[in-house]
Ligand binder design. Structure first.
Ligand code: SF4
Ligand code: SF4
Ligand code: FES
Length: 338
């Protein structure tokens, strides 16, 4: 008879939960949910080996375990530290963690441009949220910032290295979803940069997923660049019968036009299923999709705060119940925020 696995009890910010042995503190916190979940800029649950790069998920272990209750001497990366039975963890209830997170944000912003007003990631960017929550008004950094020219890597993806936080997610995508990785992190320390080897173009059926996993606006979709601000768009879940991927996507509408296609994302901004480049870049007509329902958007998201009060839906929306519903939901959300 198979031996029953004993779950571990872990308490995070005063909330206790039982999780399977081997669960990381971050994933235990995600099982609890809400504000106590540490931010994670480099960990990505759908990609193996991610985490341990950005330090945004630092937490304090105030009690190691029931057997050895000593606290851990330093803050630890919650995405890389597994729970022990009886462990007690502090996240937002620890001033040390809040201070450390501030310092991490300051570090991430050392070379980061203040591009938000023109950055395609604005409105969906965790770094933007973190800067808002923890960022200092002034930088203490006196040296010249690193700057790079934008480069096209492939005909659909642009790399804007100035915004990269070296989280490695895009490298894991190329490693795990494609059979020919052509980009990686070159050099070390403050010289490190994402680059393609000998300026090869990224070209593979699933490489477009680097755009979805990039937590900032370093890798952007050239077919969507500067088309619109995300909070003026209307996301709708749709699917199609695709021979390469699940075909389950989010279509981002501006009026009657699909201006962007992405994977469907969960509350941690991670895609549920990776999609192929044909679905992402080549199928942008409503009649190529079966519309499922308006995408669920958190009321906290800036995407919920768009302004369509005087919007008179064109016939493609009026004639389609799902698009009509999305329109009504969007109006309701913006009314609520008024
Ligand atoms: S990546 Fe995020 S923080 Fe950086 S410019 Fe773009 S929106 Fe702003
Ligand atoms: S380009 Fe984006 S995904 Fe790749 S390492 Fe930089 S921030 Fe991470
Ligand atoms: S999410 Fe844990 S170190 Fe980046």
């Amino acid at each position: 008879m198979a031996e029953e696995v004993q779950n571990f009890k872990v308490t995070i910010d005063g909330i206790t939960i039982e999780v399977a042995p081997g669960t990381t503190i971050l994933n235990a916190a995600r099982q609890i949910g809400g504000e106590i979940v540490p931010p994670a800029m480099c960990y990505y649950s759908k990609l193996e080996g991610t985490g341990g790069k950005c330090r945004t998920c630092l937490v304090k272990v105030s009690k190691g375990s029931e057997k050895d209750p000593r606290p851990m001497p330093k803050l630890v990366a919650s995405c890389r530290t597994t729970v022990m039975d009886g462990m007690e963890v502090l996240n937002i209830t620890s001033p040390d963690v809040v201070d450390a997170r501030k310092a991490v944000v300051e570090m991430l912003l050392i070379n980061h441009p203040l591009d938000c007003p023109v950055c395609d990631q604005a409105g969906e960017c965790k770094l933007q949220d973190l800067s808002y929550e923890h960022g200092a008004e002034k930088t203490r950094y006196e040296f010249e910032r690193r700057t790079f020219e934008r480069i096209d890597i492939g005909d659909k993806i642009q790399l804007h290295m100035n915004r990269c936080i070296l989280c490695y997610r895009c490298v894991y995508v190329a490693n795990q979803l494609t059979n020919k990785r052509e980009h990686g992190i070159l050099f070390r320390g403050d010289h490190a940069e994402i680059s393609t080897y000998i300026h090869e173009a990224l070209d593979h059926d699933f490489i477009g997923n680097v755009i979805d996993v990039c937590p900032v606006g370093a890798l952007t979709d050239k077919t969507f660049r500067f088309k619109n601000r995300v909070w003026f768009t209307k996301p709708v879940d749709a699917h199609r019968d695709c021979p390469k991927c699940s075909g389950k996507v989010t279509l981002w509408y501006k009026g009657p036009d699909v201006i962007r296609v992405t994977g469907r994302k969960d509350e941690y901004n991670e895609v549920d299923e990776f999609i192929c480049d044909t679905c992402r870049f080549e199928t942008k007509r409503t009649d190529e999709w079966i519309l499922d329902e308006p995408t669920k958007i958190s009321d906290q998201s800036v995407i919920a705060s768009n302004h369509y009060h005087q919007f008179d839906p064109p016939s493609v929306i009026k004639d389609n119940p799902v698009l009509q519903e999305a329109n009504v939901e969007q109006l309701a959300r913006s009314e609520k925020l008024k």
